[in-house]
Design a protein around this ligand. Structure first.
Ligand SMILES: [Zn+2]
Length: 415
C-alpha cells in the first residue's frame, strides 16, 4: 500500500536543503530573510510534480493542498525557518516528511484521496529575529497578542510589521489566517526531540503527549545590607541565604510533581559587593508540567517555601509573574494512533511530553485534534549546528509518520 513512500528521498532532500541554506556555522533560514524566501521557492519546486494548490495565507504561512473527495482536512505541519546557526533538521524534517507523504497519498489515490490533505509551513516558528516564537501558527489560532507583536523590533530596529510588509504580509490582517483551520479535522507534526530522553532509552521514536505548561516568575528577597566584618552572623538579614535555599527546594518540588521541571535560571544580588551582606536577591523561576493542576501545585509549593525561607531568615519576599502558558495536551485517540504507528515501524515506543513549545501547541489550542511524533536527537542537542539524528532513524520516522497519516485519514473518515 505504501510502496511509493521513499524515506531515503526525504533524507537526500534535507541534505540538499542544508547545502543550499547553511554556512560553516549552520542553517541560516531565519524567517522573513532573503534565504528564507529562497527556501520557500525551493519547497515550491519540490511540490511541482504534484497536483496541489499552493498559497501563502494572511500570516505568511505557506499551504499546499491536495484536494480530496471530502473537504475535511488532514493537516501536516512544520517550519522551514531556523534560528541563526541552527541545525539541519529542526522544523524542515517535518515539512519534507510531509512532502513525501503527499507524494505517497497522491500516487495511492491517483490524485484524489478520500479527504483533503494539507501541508503547512508555518511562518517564523523560531521567533529568532523578533523574540516571539510561533508567530504564524498563533496568528492562525487567534492567540497572537496583536498589541505585543505590533511593537516587536529586531536588532537593526526593524519592526515586525515592517519585516512582514517586505514579504507581502499586512500585519493588521494576520489573524485572517484563522480561516485556514475551517475544515481541519486533525493536525500532525513530526519533530526531532531536541532533548536526550529517547537517546537515553535507546529508542528511535516517541509519541508526544502534549506541550508543557509554563509558569515563569521573578522572586525577590528583601533583606538588609550590612558590613561583612562587623555584623554577627545571628544579626543578619541575608537575602541571598533565603534565595539560595530555593535552589535545592525546587528539585524536591519537581520530584514530587512526577514529570515536572523547575529551573532557577538567573540570580542577581544587590549591592553585589564582596564586603556586604546581600540586601536584595532576585532569582527567576521557570516551572513546567504537562498537567495544569500539578503545575499549579508546583507553583504553590514554591511560593510557600519562599515564605518559609523568608521568615526563617528575617527577610521579606515578593513575587512577580513574567510569563505563563497553559499545558496543551494532545488528542488521546491520536496519541494512541501515533503509538501504534511507531510500534508497527520499530517495535517499541515511548510516550513523552514536550518541553519546548511547537506550532502543534497552537493548533491544539485552536481546538483541532493534534498529535506530534518525536525522533531521537543525537547528543540531545538542537539550535546548534551539531544537531543531528542517525540517518536510519530519519528514514524510520518518515515511515512511521506516514503510517500515522494513513491511520489518521481513516480516523477522520470514521468521524
Ligand atoms: Zn522546531
Amino acid at each position: 500500500m505504501n510502496s511509493s513512500l521513499n524515506p531515503q528521498r526525504t533524507v537526500a532532500e534535507l541534505k540538499e536543503l542544508r547545502a543550499l541554506t547553511s554556512d560553516a556555522d549552520g542553517a541560516q533560514r531565519v524567517a522573513f530573510t532573503p534565504l528564507w524566501v529562497k527556501t520557500r521557492a525551493w519547497l515550491l519546486e519540490k511540490l511541482a510534480g504534484l497536483p496541489v494548490e499552493t498559497h501563502t495565507d494572511a500570516a505568511g504561512n505557506f499551504w499546499a493542498t491536495l484536494r480530496g473527495e471530502s473537504e475535511k482536512s488532514l493537516l501536516i505541519g512544520g517550519h522551514m525557518d531556523s534560528v541563526p546557526n541552527g541545525g539541519w533538521l529542526d522544523g524542515c524534517l517535518n515539512v519534507m516528511a510531509g512532502v513525501e507523504i503527499l507524494r505517497r497519498i497522491h500516487s495511492q489515490f491517483h490524485g484524489k484521496p478520500p479527504i483533503t490533505i494539507r501541508l503547512v509551513d508555518w511562518a517564523d516558528e523560531e521567533g529568532a529575529r523578533f523574540g516571539k516564537s510561533l508567530f504564524g501558527s498563533s496568528a492562525c489560532s487567534g492567540l497572537l497578542d496583536m498589541n505585543e507583536a505590533r511593537g516587536l523590533m529586531d536588532k537593526q530596529g526593524i519592526t515586525l510589521p515592517d519585516a512582514l510588509k517586505n514579504v507581502g504580509v499586512d500585519f493588521e490582517h494576520v489573524q485572517a489566517a484563522g480561516v485556514e483551520l475551517k475544515n481541519a479535522a486533525a493536525y500532525l507534526e513530526l519533530h526531532i526531540e531536541q532533548g536526550p530522553v529517547l537517546l537515553d532509552l535507546d529508542l528511535p521514536l516517541g509519541a508526544v503527549l502534549g506541550t508543557f505548561g509554563v509558569e515563569r516568575h521573578a522572586i525577590t528577597f528583601h533583606g538588609q545590607a550590612a558590613h561583612s566584618g562587623s555584623t554577627p552572623m545571628n544579626r543578619r538579614k541575608d537575602a541571598f541565604l533565603a534565595a539560595a535555599k530555593m535552589s535545592s527546594e525546587i528539585y524536591e518540588i519537581a520530584a514530587r510533581s512526577g514529570n515536572g521541571v523547575c529551573t532557577i535560571g538567573s540570580c542577581t544580588t544587590k549591592p553585589g559587593i564582596v564586603t556586604s551582606v546581600v540586601e536584595e536577591c532576585r532569582i527567576t523561576l521557570d516551572q513546567r508540567h504537562l498537567d495544569s493542576a500539578k503545575l499549579a501545585t508546583m507553583l504553590a509549593e514554591a511560593k510557600s517555601a519562599s515564605e518559609i525561607f523568608a521568615r526563617e531568615g528575617n527577610v521579606k519576599v515578593s513575587w512577580e509573574r513574567i510569563w505563563q502558558i497553559a499545558p496543551r495536551p494532545f488528542n488521546d485517540e491520536l496519541i494512541a494512533l501515533c503509538d501504534e504507528a511507531i510500534r508497527e515501524t520499530c517495535g517499541q515506543v515511548h510516550r513523552l511530553p514536550s518541553g519546548p513549545l511547537h506550532d502543534a501547541a497552537e493548533v491544539a489550542a485552536a481546538g483541532v485534534p493534534t498529535v506530534m511524533m518525536f525522533v531521537q536527537s543525537l547528543h540531545g542537542i538542537s539550535h546548534n549546528k551539531i544537531e543531528d539524528t542517525k540517518e536510519e532513524h530519519l528514514e524510520l520516522c518518515v515511515t512511521a509518520f506516514d503510517k500515522l497519516a494513513e491511520k489518521t485519514m481513516r480516523w477522520i473518515q470514521s468521524h
